[in-house]
Each structure stands twice: as structure tokens, then as C-alpha cells.
Design a protein around this ligand. Sequence first.
Ligand SMILES: [Zn+2]
Length: 655
Amino acid sequence: MRSVCWKLHLFPLAIFAAIACVCICGCSRKGPMFPLDNPTPRADVHSYANPAEWKATRVFLDLDVDFNRKVIRGTALLDLDRGPGSPAPAVVLDTRALKIEKAEWSADSAAGKWNVAKFSVGASDPILGAPLRVEIPPEARAVRIAYESSPGAVALQWLEPAQTTGKKQPFLFSQSQAIQARSWIPLQDSPGIRVTYGAKIRVPGQLRAVMSANTNPFAEDAGGIMLDASTREFHFEQPKPIPSYLIALAVGDLVFANLDPRGGKEGRTGVYAEPSVLPAASKEFTDTEKMVEAVEARFGPYRWGRYDLLVLPPSFPFGGMENPCLTFATPTVIAGDKSLVSLVAHELAHSWSGNLVTNATWRDFWLNEGFTTYIERRILEDIYGKERADMEAVLGYRTLLDELNRLPEKDEILYVDLKGRDPDDGFTEVPYEKGALFLRTLESVVGREKFDHFLRAYFEENAFQSITTQDFLEKLETALFRPDPALESKVPVLQWITQPGVPEGAAIPKSALLDHAAAAAESFAEGKSSASSISFKTWSTQEQLYFLRSLPKSLDAAKMAALDEAFGLTRSGNAEVVAEWLLMAVRNRYAPANPRLERFLVEVGRRKFIKPLYEELVKTPEGRERAAAIYAKARPGYHPMAVATVDGILNPAGK
Ligand SMILES: [Zn+2]
């Protein structure tokens, strides 16, 4: 009885609720169409900074680069804005293993009046580093910190001359993403906080410094100013507000070549490299200016002044890093035939997605990488045709499926929860390839013209801002889904963003050329065709890679030898192809490739290549032994981030 009563009692309410629901869903739905269950989407769990109270707006660095002690030493000056109504007794900065020597504050730094400030460095967390708390009065408008980095600073790699291509001069480069800037600069190290920056950098007289700033290689002081017989000073200015992970420095024996068909001073694209690498680099990257123009035509102007590339020594742990005005790139993309320049397209695309419109927190990282991977393929299509772009998309999709097989479900999510974890844990194929596939699916449903229009407006409206996934979803709703309610049933937006796996209806890429390569692999594996009958050598790198990846995991010694003999795989100069082949060689214990494997692992520090090779090696006891022997030689030449990765493979849990 009671339950009947209860139902009767609530009946009018139920009718009211039903009417309200019809009204909300059918006519004027209130609230966001794609709500994320996160009350504080802007809170950055990977920074100690207190930007609501004090927010840095500009950083000025005055630094000496000391190759002997492997430290950077000097001052960082931060201009500050005080939050409205904040009591704000202190500004909190991020640091990691920095030696803080002094802190000062100023109400008028331009007048050069500085006051000593009390400061304290908190306990160090293995992921976040340590907070630096500088006590300042309400009238403060700047702080200046005197400090020194530690020789083990995780952002910095100091190379001995022997580890460079020229073998004569040392080399230094930084890698600040994701949260490593704090290991060489005390600052508010969050992608949600944007600063302009300037710098005075002093280096040994025979070296050249470059930064992610708008420097003109044709300016009179482009080669620096000699202060005395042994010290050269370089000046930099980045007038556009950028997140801290884009502050970058490299110092070495660097020379410059123009890449712009308009000629040096009139142009905007060029390349820096060690002298012996420059000729091959400038030949490989001749399409750079064309690529800039292709993105501009679709998604709006390039807003950063110059676009130059810097080719780093082979120990650079990444393919590329989109440092503004100056992409840092691995030399492993120089294949001699432009077959790996998708990397340039990718880093260039970041000048829009990532550098111009930035993920507000590392949870929103897919906004950087998914958009960039999508735009990268649009650039390739514009410059090299649809077949090339389709092949890259299929290769990417295949990598995504492999990654999804490997990852726990919680990491298959675009809006991945990284609280209490290293943001580097989120650097999987998911933000890149699943993010790109989501955008590709939106494009296929909405139509290219409309989607391009949406993206162009997205970059225009959010230029020089850091945004959250929720912000993006609201823009998607307003610009595309509200005007066309039928879209909601075609693209399960929230499922894409918050659920594991690939939703149904995804615009899966296809390539006839790659289907052909896969068929050739199958025929060879089944013994129906010989290696010499396959036209592998005339194929594109993408077809070659797909062929190798389509072979069965296990191949007998005769088949491995036949492939090597017909295609010259162990000798290949193409880093992508040789890395794939070496992986097969380890898996199938193909001994003739052993010397090449060792040379490759010692010379190259790019994590994308070395990580799977070490992972495959440690699967057997003898492989583990070989991995340890090779790593003993290779480790001194790896970047600290690559060292951390390989240490984790060879000694899991620090055993
Ligand atoms: Zn990227």
C-alpha cells in the first residue's frame, strides 16, 4: 500500500517533470549539450603556482651557459599581475632541483629599484618538483630570482663534442614540455599561464645560441656580440604570450641556411644545423615555405614572424618540438627524399593548434595533438596529394589500434585524468591519433568546407589563449551542433571525449596503395611470392612501413634473410624503415642485424625508436643481457628523458 500511495502522491510531479523534460530537450534546452563532469576544469594539478592571486605576464632571463659545470646560472625576472581583491602575501613558482640564491621584489622594475624578499623552497615531489614561495607586498609588480640549474636538470641535455655530428664543439638543448621548464627557470609552469619573454644569454665565444623567439638571422647582431675574448652574448625577444613549455634554448656550432624562395631578407623560413648537417637539411626541407602558405590559406595567418627549423644532434628524444618560431627537429627525419617531412608539417601545424590555441591543462593535451595531427595530414594532402595523406592516416590508425590493445582503459580516454601522475603518462597515441580521428569524423559528417570554416574561426577567436576541453565542446555546440540538431545522432561527441576505445561511425581512413602492400606481405608470408618479385624498393616509405608491419610477427630465418637480401633493410638509411626492421630482427633473433642494432641504439636517442626496441629485447633472457650491454654504451649519450624511459624498461620499479 505504501508504495501505491507514494506513487499517487508523486504523480503530479512526474507529469510536471515530463513536461519540463519535453520543453528542455525539445525546444529551449538549457545548459551545455556536452557537459563534462569536472567542476574545476582550469585547475592545473601539475603546478604549484597561484595565478588567481599573482600571475606572471612576462619573463626576462639573464643567463650564463656554463659548459664546464653543466649549469645555467643567472636571474629570471617575472612581471606580475595581482588578482582582484587577493590578500596575496606571496607568489608561488614552480622549481625542480634549482639552487635558489636570492629573491627580490620591485614595485617599478623599469626604475631598477629592488628590495630583498623572503623566500622558501618547499618539499620536493618526484613529479612536480618543489614550490618556491616568495613573500611580496601588495604593491609588488615584479620579482627577480637569482638561481642556478643543477647538472642533472631534466630539461637540459649537455652533449660532449664527441656526441655531436661535427665532433668539435659541445652542444646544449632544452626540452621544456611537459613540466620541465621548471628545471631550468623558476616560473609558473602551467600551460594555462601565458607570458611574453626576453633573454640575454652568454655562451662560449665560438658557439651560437638560438631560442624560441622572433630573432632575425639576417640582423646585424644575429651572430651575437663578443663581450670579451671568450664570451658571446645573444639577445632574444618573444613578443607573443606563450605557455612556459614553449620556452626553449639551444647552443652549439650552428649555421643557418635560407629556405624561402623569396630569398633571405624577404623570406621567413630557414634552417639551423651543425655545418656538416646543413646541406642535407636544407635540401630535405625545401617545401617548408609552401607548407606555411598551405596552412595559412586554410586556417588563417601565421602569426609568429619567422618560421625556422633547428636540426639537433641525434640524441634529441623526440621527433620534433614545436618551439615557437623555431621548431626543434631530430636529424632522423632527413631521409634524402622528403619521405619523412610529415614531421615538419606536424610541428608547423602547432603554430596554430598548440602554440596559438593551447591546452589549458595537460588533461586537455588532445586539443594540442589531435588538432595538430589532423592539420598535419591536411598539409600533406595539399602539398603531396590525397594518396600520401591517406597513407599517413592509415599508418596512424594502425598505430592507434596497437596502442589501444596495450593501454589500460583509463588511458584510452581523450579527456584523460592525470591527477597524481606525470603528465608524460598522457603522451600516448591516444591524444594524437584518436584526437585526429575524432576531428576527421566531424569533418566527414559536417562537410569539409563547413569544418574548415569552423576551425578557422576557432583559431581566430581563441588566438593566444589557453582553453579547456569544456571550452572546445561549447564552441562545437554553438558553431555546429545547435544550428544542425541532426548532428547529435551522427557523432557521439561525449563518447569520443570521455570513453575508452573508438566509437562506432568513426571515419576510418583507407588507402588502396597500402592495401596492396599488405596483400604483398601476406603473399610473401604464405610462400606464394618471393621477396625479389616485390617492388619494395620503388615504393614510398609509407608503403614499405606498412608492408613490414603487415608481415606476421614470427618469420623464419630464411624469410628474414630473403627480405634483407632483396631490400637491403639492415643497410637502410631511412630511420623509420630501419627501426621497423630492427624490431623484426630482435623479435626473430636475426643475428646479421645485430651490429646495426647496436649502432642505431647508441647513435639515436629518439624515444619513439629506442623504446620499442628495448621493450622487445628484454622479453628474453639473452635479449635482456644484450640490451644491458648496449645501454651501458648508449646511456651517456641519451637525453635525461630518454634515460628515464629506458631505465624504466631495464629496471622496472627501480629494482
Ligand atoms: Zn605534436
